[in-house]
Design a protein around this ligand. Structure first.
Ligand code: PLP
Length: 503
């Protein structure tokens, strides 16, 4: 007899409980958890096995033991919540003791990071089976042949023996001095050395700031689409992310009316991502000035994620919003992951500027958390000075004839040639966020679309919903692979859309 699978156990239990797939979706949503229709259908059909956190959720909803649901082993009945402080070990019929379950905290229930989410998990599973997957989902330059400048690697090697100890918690003097000089070139007002902090990538500093700033119930304005770490960190910190829309008709610049309409008495800050991931937009000075006006009117702190500022194309000038807001509290984020192709070294920074007086308590909190993590990766800090000074090799990539420039042009045109797909031309970074004619393809679920594309063409993209985009009508492509690979991918994509209709 064939071995019982996860899908078998799921189906049997659902039948016993008289539950349909839609019931699970609703029950999950009533608990504030995200469970898509397509996800459940993939699990029931046995096409996909859920990740451990989703298994936990399903087990909870079905009132069975998660380990049993996952493996078929152990007791089937769900462990009851403990009333005593010490959990009571469950003894099975065979006399063995079942260990209590360790569940993730409920703080994670609404946290979303689909760039490495369920569809990426499915891609990993397919790779384990020996299939070759083309990954157009992550902005990681190195695997696509974008090499770190030799000088940077050389200088890190030279300095490695001096990087054994912790540094000052904000970072090495040489690194912060170089960042300070960069801030001067970008006209950031009122920057001092003690207002510059290095981090293990911008990622760490986003999380740190959200933890410092947000109390439960505090709102923070974040773009939709966004780089989802912002929303995830704000949520994890107990705050409430409120998404303002960026307008595709206006080259994906923020819809200022929407932004202002979403300000409430609980709003503390606004986030912009400029240049933008996932749209590739670069905001003109006039738009930034109007955003500053909104922040000024409502006394908001400004967080500006500018990690792609050196990857602008077509002569688009990058303006740091902080340079326009000397009277407001501003935090500007950047790093070397993308501009110097060292995403793996983990080095980023943030610069506090403008009105420091009103953020002195915030600064106290930043220092506290910064001290608690001791310091960021010191070998990576040691190359900041080298990287930021002198010739910038990234410029070669983003000018005509350069890889990023040419690949952007190709992907932009190839996508717009597909019937039912339209895309705004990115001005910076290495992402494009095409729109799908959902009526034509009958698409109601973008995760299902991403899974269908993965299964049929072995291409991994990220669905628009993964960037907190509210409709199932967009997806993001990373156009870092070499032209030959991109050509194949675009042919496959065109072929897919020539027949696709979501069932
Ligand atoms: N901010 C944006 C807009 C990004 O796209 C990324 C990575 O893709 C990050 C921050 C994270 O950067 P880091 O590698 O410095 O953590």
């Amino acid at each position: 007899m064939a071995q019982e699978t996860f899908a078998d156990r799921l189906r049997t239990t659902m039948a016993e409980r008289g539950l349909k797939q839609a019931d699970l979706v609703h029950a999950a949503s009533a608990r504030g958890a995200r469970l898509g229709k397509s996800q459940v259908s993939q699990y029931v059909s046995g096409k996909v096995v859920p990740r451990p956190n989703v298994t936990d959720l399903l087990a909870d909803l079905l009132d069975v033991d998660a380990a049993w649901l996952s493996t078929g082993e152990g007791a089937r009945a769900a462990a009851r919540p403990e009333t005593a402080s010490q959990p009571v070990p469950t003894v099975t019929a065979t006399g063995s003791v079942t260990m209590r379950e360790f569940k993730k905290s409920t703080k994670l229930d609404n946290v979303l990071y689909d760039v490495r989410g369920p569809v990426a998990d499915e891609a990993a599973r397919m790779e384990d089976e020996g299939l070759r997957i083309l990954k157009l989902n992550i902005g990681n330059p190195a695997p696509f042949g974008f090499r770190t400048p030799d000088e940077v690697v050389h200088d890190m090697r030279q300095q490695l023996p001096d990087c054994e100890g912790y540094s000052d918690s904000r970072g090495l003097f040489s690194a912060r001095k170089a960042i300070m000089q960069y801030a001067q070139l970008k006209h950031l007002p009122n920057v001092t050395m003690d207002g510059i902090y290095t981090g293990n990538g911008v990622s760490e500093l986003i999380q740190l700031c959200m933890n410092v700033l947000l109390n439960t119930g505090d709102e923070i304005l974040i773009p939709a689409p966004d780089y989802p770490l912002w929303t995830a960190c704000a949520t994890l910190a107990g705050g409430t992310p409120v998404h303002y829309l960026c307008d595709e008709q206006a080259e994906w610049t923020p819809d200022l009316a929407d932004m202002e309409a979403k300000v409430t008495s609980n709003t503390k800050a606004l986030v912009i991502i400029n240049p933008n991931n996932p749209t590739g937009a670069v905001y003109p000075r006039e738009v930034l000035e109007q955003i500053v006006e909104i922040a000024r009117r409502h006394q908001l702190m400004i967080f500006s994620d500018e990690i792609y500022d050196r990857l602008c194309m077509d002569g688009n000038e990058h303006v740091s919003i902080a340079s326009l807001a000397p009277d407001l509290p501003c935090v500007t984020f950047s790093g070397l992951s993308k501009s110097h192709m060292v995403a793996g070294y983990r080095i980023g920074w943030m610069i506090l500027s403008g009105n420091k007086r009103c953020m002195s308590d915030f600064i106290y909190g930043v220092n506290m958390l910064s001290n608690m993590r001791l310091c960021s990766n010191v070998p990576a800090q040691s190359i900041v000075q080298t990287a930021l000074g002198g010739y910038q090799s990234v410029e070669r990539y983003v000018e005509p004839g350069g890889r990023i420039y040419e690949q952007r042009n190709y992907v932009y045109e190839a996508l717009n040639d597909i019937d039912g797909i339209t895309a705004v031309k990115p001005k910076a970074a290495f992402y494009i966020f095409p729109k799908i004619d959902v009526k034509k393809f009958n698409i109601t679920d973008d995760e299902q679309f991403a899974l269908d594309l993965l299964h049929e063409k072995h291409i991994l993209i990220t669905r628009g919903g993964g960037f907190n985009w509210p409709e199932p009508d967009h997806f993001r492509i990373v156009y870092l692979p070499r032209m030959g690979v991109l050509r194949e991918a675009m042919v496959d994509l065109a072929d897919f859309f020539a027949h696709y209709r979501q069932g």
